[in-house]
Ligand binder design. Structure first.
Ligand SMILES: [Zn+2]
Length: 363
């Protein structure tokens, strides 16, 4: 089977780049629609419209009402069609970006620009949407042939956002390496439907190294809304390297354990990245990593304020029943946990989760 690597056509990152969106978008179309929630519209609408206008693009805005649901996608598609727009710009978190991707798919032939305002997710670069019900329950993944044409990240905006988002993005990025490496070692498929290339694998490694080298000082800066070279490095790791790394490198146990954990109501206040970190430690236990390796990962997580025990994500004293629910969901046949280079069963996951808590007490 062939190796496949896919990515957005362009990535632009830096302080104040929101003001330059026009020049990077000019070649993509003539009429743009900006999709963002009320808060983000307040933050970016003026600078984005001014910049698009200067570059000769007609611009209009539509308010996103909070859920990446089929009905919201339909409503915004209609708005976009009415304006005959050929560029869809999503600004905000993962749900807005995923909605914008779905709208672009519906209008066929248009361009799509991702403008993440937080560095908490690897949604900006990917060619898929996570679709929810209007009440916010996970429903489906929608996969597309086309990636975003442009990903534009203004680090001024990202550093102003609450630090918890930035930290969660680090957790998601740390997992990228362990999952891509498991996929590579087992010669499993990546998320874009091929075998991982060397590039996909090494980008995931670079993501991990960048986060280990710059994570602490980047968080120090973001605590004070400051932008430093470490903030630039970690923003790139959380957004570009993690995004390319998970899609073209592949996913494995950490995200399956995350998906399993979402089965329990008690974990719903923890962010995606926070649950993923428990997934990463679980994966390391499943892989039989040596003590010093595990202790190092747990100590680093704790140092940067990421959860290391089930109680840190809302699960105090979980029962065997609860752990079995998580383990069964994590081992569903559609799950990426089967990309590990050995067979993984539900009892193995349950026991690894128990061990995670014990390690957290000791380290
Ligand atoms: Zn993730």
């Amino acid at each position: 089977m062939s190796k496949i690597f896919k990515s957005p056509a362009a990535y632009v990152q830096g302080r104040g780049v929101a003001d330059e969106i026009g020049e990077h978008t000019a070649s993509l179309g003539e009429r743009a629609v900006l999709i963002a929630d009320e808060v983000v519209l307040d933050l970016v609408e003026d600078s984005v419209s001014t910049s698009l206008d200067k570059a000769g693009l007609a611009a209009s805005s539509v308010e996103f009402r909070g859920e990446a649901s089929e009905s919201e996608v339909d409503r915004i598609t209609e708005f976009t069609r009415d304006r005959d727009a050929d560029v869809v710009i999503g600004a905000g978190g993962g749900k807005v970006l995923d909605t914008a991707k779905a709208v672009r798919e519906n209008i066929d032939g248009g361009a799509m620009v991702s403008m993440p305002t937080i560095a908490s997710t690897d949604a900006p670069t990917s060619a898929l949407s996570v679709i929810y019900s209007e009440r916010g329950e996970f429903e489906d993944y929608w996969f597309y042939d086309e990636h975003p044409d442009l990903v534009l990240v203004d680090t001024d905006t990202v550093s102003d956002a609450p630090v918890r988002f930035f930290r969660s993005g680090i957790a998601d990025g740390l997992a990228t390496w362990f999952e891509a490496d498991a996929t590579y070692r087992s010669d499993s498929d990546n998320v874009v439907g091929g075998k991982p290339t060397r590039a996909g694998h090494r980008i995931a490694r670079l993501c991990y190294e960048t986060l280990r080298e710059h994570g602490r000082s980047a968080l120090d800066a973001v605590e004070r809304d400051a932008v430093t070279e470490s903030v630039e490095a970690v923003t790139e790791a959380n957004t570009l390297l993690s995004g390319l790394g998970f899609e073209s490198g592949g996913l494995a146990a950490a995200h399956s354990v995350h998906n399993g954990l979402t089965q329990l109501e008690a974990t719903h206040d923890a962010t995606h990245g926070e649950k993923v970190n428990i997934g990463t430690i679980t994966q390391l236990v499943l892989e039989g990593r040596e003590d010093s390796f595990l202790e190092d990962y747990v100590a680093f997580s704790r140092e940067i304020g990421l959860p290391v025990a089930l109680s840190d994500i809302g699960l105090d004293d979980p029962t065997d029943d609860q752990l079995e629910t998580v383990a069964a969901a994590a081992c569903d046949e559609a799950e990426t946990i089967h990309n590990q280079p050995f067979e993984v069963t539900a009892p193995m996951v349950r026991d690894a989760l128990k061990t995670v808590d014990e390690i957290a007490e000791r380290v």
